[in-house]
Design a protein around this ligand. Structure first.
Ligand SMILES: C[S@@+](CC[C@H](N)C(=O)[O-])C[C@H]1O[C@@H](n2cnc3c(N)ncnc32)[C@H](O)[C@@H]1O
Length: 262
């Protein structure tokens, strides 16, 4: 039996083969794309990962795949798109293609606009079973006269209506990055590519309910698992690197203390 709420140090394909079918509610993960960073020299097999993810994801479950591209001699690899097409071929529904915009981006190019985003592909196994949309305040609200159906004389009639106070957020999500933005945990930066805690949390709140199981097969410093724990979801994290698993365990252990402080 697989124990929940734990970090496992193992190859994620090997690990997933021991998970039952239709087991995971949500995966939020980021692969080591294009060898942009050196994750202690580990490689990964995206096709095998996608196939296992499809098997272990519940019907209506979601996989959020956060990925960018490398630029080789001025040529974007488009690895992101290739991976998305692969997930689709394997059977996932491409429910959405979202953007993770970095507020304070360090990736400058001298002959192109500064790249400030990564993709967040939202793959689902059939129709997503949970959608708790994040909302933002509307620019105008309260009671106003608003135009309704056009009358026979061609003019619009106006009626008094209560405008909504909130609307569903758009699919470009912006986060500050670096210490204090990505996370306040200094220890996390022992990993070279941490994604923002808020990014993981926003997806967890959107695609799951309390008690659901959140998975990260390449969990690095443990961001997804930490945010799952804070939000009363179960979690499983896997990383092939012992060093990163230790960082993840440390961060998760501190969750209770951090919760009390804020
Ligand atoms: C982009 S990082 C993930 C960072 C993470 N989202 C965070 O916030 O810290 C990708 C991770 O995949 C891990 N990895 C690479 N190949 C793997 C494999 N076959 N199985 C499990 N983990 C793997 C690397 O060690 C690395 O930590």
């Amino acid at each position: 039996m697989i124990e929940l709420n734990k970090i496992y140090c193992v190859d994620c394909v090997k690990f997933m083969k021991n998970l039952p079918v239709n087991f995971v509610d949500l995966t939020v993960t980021s692969p080591p794309y294009d060898n942009i960073r050196n994750y202690n020299g580990f490689r990964f097999d995206v096709e095998a990962i996608a196939k296992e993810l499809f098997r272990v994801t519940k019907k209506g479950g979601v996989v959020v795949w956060v990925v960018g591209d490398k630029i080789n001699n001025g040529n974007r690899t488009l690895t992101s798109f290739r991976q998305a097409l692969l997930f689709q071929e394997i059977g996932f529904n491409v429910h959405d293609v979202m953007i993770y915009k970095k507020k304070n981006t360090p990736f400058m190019r001298s002959n192109a606009y500064t790249n400030c985003f990564e993709f967040m592909f939202v793959f689902s196994k059939g129709k997503p079973k949970t959608f708790n949309p994040l909302k933002v305040p509307t620019a105008r609200n309260g009671i106003e006269f608003v135009p309704v159906n056009r009358g026979a004389d061609g003019t619009y009639k106006k009626v008094k209506k209560e405008l909504k106070k909130e609307k569903i957020k758009e699919n470009i999500w912006e986060y500050a990055v670096g210490l204090g933005g990505t996370t306040k945990d200094r220890i996390a930066f022992g990993h070279p590519a941490v994604f923002p805690e808020k990014l993981a949390e926003d997806h967890i709140l959107t695609w799951t309910n309390e008690g659901d199981l959140v998975f990260d097969p390449m969990c690095g410093s443990g961001t997804t698992c930490k945010m799952a724990k804070i939000n009363n979801r179960k979690f499983i994290g896997v990383d092939i690197s012992k060093e990163y698993c230790e960082i993840a365990r440390e961060r998760i252990k501190k969750v209770k203390i951090q919760k009390k402080l804020c």
